[in-house]
Design a protein around this ligand. Sequence first.
Ligand SMILES: *[C@@H]1O[C@H](CO)[C@@H](O)[C@H](O)[C@H]1NC(C)=O
Ligand SMILES: *[C@@H]1O[C@H](CO)[C@@H](O)[C@H](O)[C@H]1NC(C)=O
Ligand SMILES: *[C@@H]1O[C@H](CO)[C@@H](O)[C@H](O)[C@H]1NC(C)=O
Ligand SMILES: *[C@@H]1O[C@H](CO)[C@@H](O)[C@H](O)[C@H]1NC(C)=O
Ligand SMILES: *[C@@H]1O[C@H](CO)[C@@H](O)[C@H](O)[C@H]1NC(C)=O
Length: 372
Amino acid sequence: MYYRHVELALLAAIVGLAVSAPTAGKQTPFKAYTSSFASVLGSSPSIEVLFNITQPRLHEGAVYHPPTHSLFISTDTINDPSIANNASAQVLVHVTGLNTSTPTYNILSELVSALPNPAGGIRYLYDGSATVDLIAFACAGSMTQPGGVFTLDPYNPTSSAVQALTTSYGVYRYNSPDDLTALSNGDIYFTDPAYGVYNGYVPDPTLPNQVYLYSAATNTTRAVADGFGRPNGITHGPDGKTIYIGDTGASVGNGTIDNEGPRSTYAYDIVEYSGQSFLTNRRVFAMPVIGAFDGLKTDTMGRVWGYASSGTGVNELEVWSSGGELLGTINLPGEGGDVGFGEKGQVYAMGGNLLYRINVDESVVGTGVLSS
Ligand SMILES: *[C@@H]1O[C@H](CO)[C@@H](O)[C@H](O)[C@H]1NC(C)=O
Ligand SMILES: *[C@@H]1O[C@H](CO)[C@@H](O)[C@H](O)[C@H]1NC(C)=O
Ligand SMILES: *[C@@H]1O[C@H](CO)[C@@H](O)[C@H](O)[C@H]1NC(C)=O
Ligand SMILES: *[C@@H]1O[C@H](CO)[C@@H](O)[C@H](O)[C@H]1NC(C)=O
Ligand SMILES: *[C@@H]1O[C@H](CO)[C@@H](O)[C@H](O)[C@H]1NC(C)=O
């Protein structure tokens, strides 16, 4: 949940389906900051526009489910009377047929009441006691339902199979959970900024804009990081020892950008004390060269992929090394949101009305995406 705007003017420049690798003097969406970016892009990077639709239905999530070759995306807030139960809500979009030349999408409107205003999602493969094959979503909540972390069955994405993992902290409802990341031990870290409040679909906040750890093993939730403006994108390194959290506090939520507000992404070490996980050694990992990171994911090489928006019509994917070095950027016009990996060498990014598939080197694989 971040800046909202529409900027399609530059799109024509990259719609040719096969955009070639960076060439001197030629306009390209790929911009290298270091020579090692070439090994990320591979020999023939390209950007495909899979959908260009009239409503802003393609915003966050981009959770790829390999066994069904499908993708789960959450919409931005839409107002559409054809949506069952509620004409104004965020819903899930299910893209299928990604292994074919004609993928299609379906709005899962039946889920509106079970998954109140979903935003970021992630594959969830271990629930603390057993192997599972689910998708976990951070849901902002609505006026009548608390938000929290919920799981969805990707083989049967209906409300009857939705489960709530956590929907309150003590006596408080969360502000409006936005994004999450799941470790292989079942731990789920999630961010809880108050953007749903500013967007008018949840009650006033009752908690700081902070980050929580839901432990599936104990079915308990602890606050693990605070001191943010508005924590937004969150991900973990492939070794499960580092957490990255993007602060989009500079976006105050009413369309205004506070130039002095926080926009850095912070890294933390996950350290055990007394048998529990804590986030320590908070450090500035990356200050995006445009805006702040809404979507945030890592690949198995430890690189951090952040989807940034300037708030003035410029969106790009920024690829950073695990050492906090900017490797390169990929310009993606649209109403930027989230990013997610697909099959080897495939990256999905949402542009509000647009779903992009960026084809890079086959060595690029998302953390936790293709596992089992
Ligand atoms: C997307 O749709 C808009 C509005 O119809 C149009 O201006 C634009 O050229 C389209 N882009 C692509 C990639 O089809
Ligand atoms: C695509 O994937 C689906 C789901 O796994 C499968 O049923 C279908 O046969 C596949 N189609 C092709 C062309 O591989
Ligand atoms: C519909 O959704 C909006 C936004 O989530 C919420 O404010 C409203 O209370 C909902 N209405 C009903 C009847 O559920
Ligand atoms: C987890 O705890 C919540 C209450 O905090 C409870 O409603 C829920 O049923 C519990 N889930 C499991 C799997 O025990
Ligand atoms: C947005 O919020 C900021 C900070 O509260 C305030 O200074 C600004 O006037 C608001 N802008 C609008 C258009 O409401």
